[in-house]
Write a protein that binds this ligand. Structure first.
Ligand SMILES: *[C@@H]1O[C@H](CO)[C@@H](O)[C@H](O)[C@H]1NC(C)=O
Ligand SMILES: *[C@@H]1O[C@H](CO)[C@@H](O)[C@H](O)[C@H]1NC(C)=O
Ligand SMILES: *[C@@H]1O[C@H](CO)[C@@H](O)[C@H](O)[C@H]1NC(C)=O
Length: 452
């Protein structure tokens, strides 16, 4: 079912004949492309992925280097995704059709679609080359159908791969090879290995920018709070501009399973902005309602989820993750008509249950499966991790996996798959191909698929 890149993909982009000149940002190569490969003076042909090469301003004459520094930034660009050219190949198991929700399950092209797999936040942001092939090939070999990844990097000075560059209160989109070109590559590679991407649009935490960048760039840090992001009209409008740009670019892209509004929203962040004294579950649910409805208004193809940790709002429950203190109400957010599926995370160790990982985790899964049935929408455990390693970790995961299957939960994505080269992206929770969890996952993926 899986196919690796073959050398023929590389040949297609370098075939030369009598040619006209391709203007800057025009296509200059890729599978199925038959036009000119000569870029206008002052630009060069950059090989973004097997399906698409583009003329990028600059003087580099080859596409095999990763030192490109010239990128374009334009907030007025509204062009659709260039990755649609990938439909020109018939030699892969690339996903077609858009995944939809049907009761507590997903379906696509009339058949059930079972979400199993993992996270890999880093492919666009840290590595842009053949490493993605290794990682996605390894992930696909575990029976995965989904990989969740970051579609954001907010910066205030251009360097490396970045997507959104801030200058004062004005932000521009990096549409070049070190910007959304890298996202294009991730999507194309995921499709090549038969995976669909859950695209998370920003971060509650400061890693890769995060939402405090919006607030501080637009309003400054004096008198502003972390949750100002959720309530200030100017900041919300700015976030909608980013969301609109990304969603428009990929609105016709079947390789994307769905959008997520934010990774792990809470009233508080990583600092220095603090939570305001009035932030509560209403603050964030109002925002979830507005942003999810906004995406629905511009994209009728893709599902919309939140990306939250699944914290409940049960009055009187003394456990932080059940008591609403984070400003999150899993059931209320899932009940919104513009939210198609629910998400939750599970980190028993960092949440204070390190002496009760198995039982507490099983109950956390059961409680979300119950909320899934009440809402009659799909719910996925889309991140989970333990600080233990080896067979000890695998034994606990087996108990989680059994509970996922028996509870009827829609599916799960563990945090996070590594391959040998990804140690720079290792946040301590990376699971490598030789890990017992990695090697045991295929049987679990099969069990979820067999259950349906
Ligand atoms: C809860 O948040 C809402 C919306 O931001 C706000 O109107 C309300 O005053 C807050 N409630 C409290 C008790 O702070
Ligand atoms: C472990 O978690 C379960 C489920 O939440 C709970 O019922 C049990 O009391 C916990 N045990 C301990 C020792 O905390
Ligand atoms: C890296 O790959 C090699 C073989 O390709 C394997 O023997 C080794 O165990 C791998 N290391 C990790 C950490 O997965």
């Amino acid at each position: 079912m899986l196919r690796r890149i073959s050398a023929v993909f590389l040949v297609a982009a370098i075939c030369v004949r009598a040619q006209t000149t391709v203007p800057v940002y025009g296509q200059c190569g890729g599978i199925g492309y038959t036009g000119s490969t000569v870029c206008a003076s002052g630009s060069y042909c950059y090989d973004q992925n097997p399906y698409y090469s583009q003329c990028i301003p600059g003087t580099t004459s080859t596409s095999s280097t990763s030192t490109h520094s010239t990128t374009t930034t334009s907030s007025s660009t509204t062009s659709k995704s260039t990755t649609t050219s990938s439909t020109s190949t018939t030699t892969t198991s690339a996903p077609t059709g858009f995944v939809k929700a049907s009761g507590t399950r997903f379906e696509v092209n009339g058949a059930q679609f079972v979400p199993v797999g993992t996270n890999a936040y880093w492919p666009a942001l840290i590595y842009q080359n053949e490493n993605i092939d290794q990682a996605f090939s390894d992930i696909a070999a575990t029976g995965a159908t989904v990989v969740r990844t970051w579609f954001f990097n907010e910066v205030t000075s251009a360097s490396g791969v970045y997507l959104h560059l801030w200058d004062g209160s004005t932000a521009t989109f990096n549409t070049g090879a070190t910007g959304f070109g890298a996202i294009d590559t991730v999507i194309a590679k995921a499709k090549q290995y038969g995976l669909r991407v859950i695209a998370t649009l920003n971060n509650n935490w400061n890693a890769y920018g995060g939402i405090d960048v919006y607030t501080t760039q637009i309003l400054g840090s004096s008198g502003t709070y972390h949750d100002t992001f959720f309530s200030n009209a100017q900041v919300i409008a700015a976030y909608k501009e980013y969301v609109q740009f990304v969603v428009n670019r990929y609105v016709d892209e079947p390789g994307i399973l769905g959008w997520e509004l934010l990774n792990e929203p809470r009233c508080s962040g990583s600092g220095p902005l603090e939570a305001s004294p009035t932030c509560n579950v209403t603050t964030i649910t109002n925002w979830v309602s507005e942003l999810s409805a906004y995406i629905k208004s511009i994209d009728s193809n893709h599902l919309v989820g939140l990306g939250d940790e699944g914290f409940f709002n049960e009055p009187g429950n003394s456990q932080y993750v059940y008591g609403g203190g984070a400003g999150m109400d899993f059931a209320a957010n899932l009940a919104l008509s513009s939210i198609d599926f629910g998400t939750f995370h599970m980190y028993p160790d960092s949440w204070g249950y390190n002496d009760n990982e198995t039982l507490w985790g099983e109950q956390w899964i059961l409680d979300h499966a119950s909320a899934m049935k009440t809402a009659n929408k799909p719910v996925i455990l889309e991140e989970y991790g333990l600080t233990s390693t080896g067979t000890a970790r695998e034994a606990i995961y087996q108990s989680y996996w059994n509970t996922i299957v028996s509870s009827g939960l829609t599916g799960d994505l563990y945090w996070q798959a590594g391959s040998n080269f990804t140690t720079n992206a290792n946040d301590g929770y990376m699971i490598f191909p030789t890990d017992p969890v990695y090697t045991a996952y295929p049987a679990h993926a099969s069990a979820v698929k067999a259950r349906g």
